[in-house]
Design a protein around this ligand. Sequence first.
Ligand SMILES: *Cc1c(COP(=O)(O)O)cnc(C)c1O
Length: 415
Amino acid sequence: MTTRDHALELDTQDPLARFRDEFVVAEPGLLYLDGNSLGRLSHRAAAAAETAVRREWGEGLVRSWHEWLHLPAEIGDRLAPLVGAGPGEVMLCDQTSVNLFKLAWAGLRHSGRTAIVGDDSNFPSDRYVLAAVAQAAGGEYREVAVDPVVGPTADELAMALNDAVGLVSLSLVSFKSGAIADLRGITDLARRHGALVLWDLSHAAGVLPVGLAEAGADLAVGCTYKHLNGGPGAPAFLYVRQSLQTELHQPIPGWFGHDDMFAFDAAFRPAPDIRRFAVGTPPIVSLRCAQAGIEVSADAGIEAIRAKCTGLTELLIERFDARLAPLGFELASPRDPEQRAGHVSLSFGEGYRVVQAMIARGCVPDFRAPSLIRLGLAPLYNRFVEVFDAVELMAEIVERGEHLQFEGPKKGSVT
Ligand SMILES: *Cc1c(COP(=O)(O)O)cnc(C)c1O
C-alpha cells in the first residue's frame, strides 16, 4: 500500500519531474487535476504569445505573414510524431468540431455512400456534427450503444456496418471514462467493409503514443488545448493519410486551401497536399501558444509521458480502492492500465457537490453529469503526491459531509 512518503519518493525518482518547471504554477498549493480539459500555461507559451504580439505583429506587421503562412503545416509536422503520422500529414487549423465536420464530409463523399457509424458514448459535439453530415448526404447517422466505461469495441461496431456505411467516426479515448479504443482493429474492420475511419484524438494527443500510420488510419482530428497545453481555444489539428489527400474534397473551399492563394483566381483549385483542408486566416497568437505546448510535449517524449501517466493513474486507482470505494464511490474507468489514458473517472451520486467542495478546498477536477468526477492526470506537471492528496481530500470531504453544504447542479454553469 502506497503511503504519502512513498508518493513523495516516486516524485523524486520521476524522470519528468523537471517538466513541472516548464509551467506557470501561480498557486503552488492548488491540486490541478483538469489538464485533460484545459492544460496549464507553459512559460514557453507565455513568451511565444508575447513575441507574437509585440515583435511579429507590433513590429513586423503584415510582413510577418511570410513566416506565419507556413506555421499551420510546420507545427503540424512537429506534432506528427506524437500521433504517429509522417511529415505533411498533420496541420493545425480551426476547432475540433469544425475539422470533424470537414473531414467527415470529405470522407463520406469519397466513399460514395451515405451512412456514418458512431457510438453513443462519444463527445456530444462529435455526435451532432456526424448526424448533420450524414443528413446532408441524404443518409443516416447510426449510433451503436456501448458500455460507457469500456467504450466502443470492434465487435459491437461490426454489427452496424454494411454497404451503406462510408464512414466510421469515434473518439480514440473516451471523454467520460478515459478508455482507449482499438485503433488498429477498428480501422481494419471498417476497411474490410469499404468504409473510412475518422478518429477524434482530443483526449489522446499528448498523453499516449498514437500510431496513426502504423494502424493504417485514414483521418483524424483533435484538440491542442487539452494534454498539449496549447491554451484556451487554441487551434485544433487534423490528419489526412498522405495517399488520400488529393482524393478528398472538404466542404469549405476557402482561400487558405487554394493551390495558389495569392493568384486570387476566380475558381477554387485545391492545394495538392494537406493545405487543401485549411479554410481561412489562422489565429496566429493562439497558434504560437499551441506550438510552444507541442514543443514541451515533444521534448519530454511521448513514451516517457505515457509511462508516467500509467504510474499516476495506477496510484489513483490504488488509493481509490483503499479510501473511496468504501465510501460508495465507483470506478468508471478501465482497471487495466493498457486500456486507460490520462484521466480516471469516479462515479458518486453526490458527485457535483463533492466537486464543489473540492474546488473550495483548492483541488480542481471536473464534473460530467449526472455523477462523474473526472480526475485528469497530466504527466508533465502533476505529481504523485498530488494524486495521493487529492484522494485523501475527497475521502475527508465525504467522511465529514462537507459536500452537503454545497448546492446541486445549476443549468449552464462550467463544470
Ligand atoms: C474537447 C473535445 C472537443 C472540443 O471541440 P472544439 O470544437 O474544439 O470545442 C470535441 N470532441 C472531443 C472528443 C473532445 O474531447
